[in-house]
Design a binder for this molecule. Structure first.
Ligand SMILES: [Ca+2]
Length: 333
């Protein structure tokens, strides 16, 4: 498994994109890029969780490389996603806060003049690989569209940034619900092919879509960018997973949120299914898999210093933890 600086990861892939096709006899590698939303640095078994169970991701780590000193490009969603797509740090894309951003009139530092969308002047990973003959697909959370400019918002969707297929990529940073039909208040998961029924779980559904895309790509080289909505709020678990973890909660441990553990279990099953599909298609050895997080775990402590909701990042700081945080700045603790 490869956990590394998001900007560095994108830069590496863009470098690969410039090389592919130079040797007609050599098959260019596929890229499966898995971005987990709000994944904490100790939230995987292979990174030391004492509660969450992630056997498939642990196996990926055992089969690959762990990057133990990598850092996300920013403390919130959109800047890191722009970095993933361009290989540029947030200061270069000017996407320095989540879209549409914080409003903190009493913050001690004035926010920079930042861009609430991924501008088209940047070359994205999908555009670079598409130009090199790759099939390209986006499945999951995009969060790089200008929500405050509804007339042009759709012009910044994944399909206008180089992806030939877009499933579920839109302006929202979180689903309305993880359960079918995935809607709450004004938030919905779109575009999404019709189908599904009550009880269906979003992580499973998006994985189904990703597997179908892999089937459709056949022998062609591909970039499948799968930025999961999970494990971002709302913290919603499948009942069967929740029952499995509720009995294991131990207040003395670092991690002890059974619903969050259940969301990680669903994520882990997704990774297992994707790897199984690559094996089934005979392309596992031709596919580079990158798994990383976008900004660390959501970690809000209560007044007693104990974990509030939903995970724990100590001894590192986390998004939402410091009152001094300002757009474009890393947390000050
Ligand atoms: Ca995030």
């Amino acid at each position: 498994m490869r956990l590394l600086s998001t900007a560095l990861a994108a830069a590496c892939l863009l470098a690969c994109a410039s090389d592919v096709g130079s040797d007609a006899e050599e098959r260019p590698p596929n890229f499966l890029v898995l971005l987990v939303d709000d994944l904490g640095w100790t939230d995987l078994g292979c990174y030391g969780s004492d509660f969450y169970l992630t056997p498939n991701i642990d196996q990926l780590a055992a089969d690959g490389v762990r990057f133990t000193h990598g850092y996300a490009a920013c403390t919130v969603c959109s800047p890191t996603r722009a970095a993933m797509m361009t290989g540029l740090y947030p200061g270069r894309t000017n996407v320095t806060d989540w879209i549409p951003g914080h409003r903190r009139p009493r913050a001690p530092l004035r926010p920079p003049d930042w861009t609430m969308r991924l501008e088209h002047r940047h070359t994205t990973l999908a555009e670079a690989l598409g130009a090199a003959g790759y099939r390209t697909a986006h499945v999951g959370k995009w969060h790089l569209m200008p929500t405050l400019e509804p007339d042009v918002m759709a012009d910044y969707a994944p399909q206008h940034h180089g992806f030939e297929i877009n499933i579920a990529g839109n302006q929202w940073g979180a689903p309305g619900s993880y359960f079918h039909p995935y809607v709450r208040n004004d938030r919905e998961v779109y575009p999404l092919p019709e189908g599904g029924s009550e009880g269906d779980y979003l992580t499973d559904r998006l994985t189904d879509e990703a597997l179908a895309i892999l089937d459709g790509f056949g022998d062609e080289p591909f970039l499948l960018y799968f930025p999961y909505y999970t494990v971002h709020t709302p913290i919603e678990a499948k009942p069967e997973d929740l029952a499995r973890f509720e009995d294991r909660v131990d207040a003395s441990k670092r991690h002890r949120n059974p619903a969050y553990a259940s969301m990680l279990a669903a994520l882990d099953r997704s990774v297992g299914r994707l790897r199984a599909k690559l094996e089934e298609l005979g392309i596992a050895d031709d596919t580079v898999i990158v798994l990383t997080g976008d900004n660390g775990g959501l970690d809000r402590k209560g007044p007693d210093g104990r974990m509030g909701n939903p995970t724990e990042n100590d001894p590192l700081t986390a998004c939402g933890k410091s009152r001094l945080k300002s757009p474009g700045l890393f947390n000050v603790r």
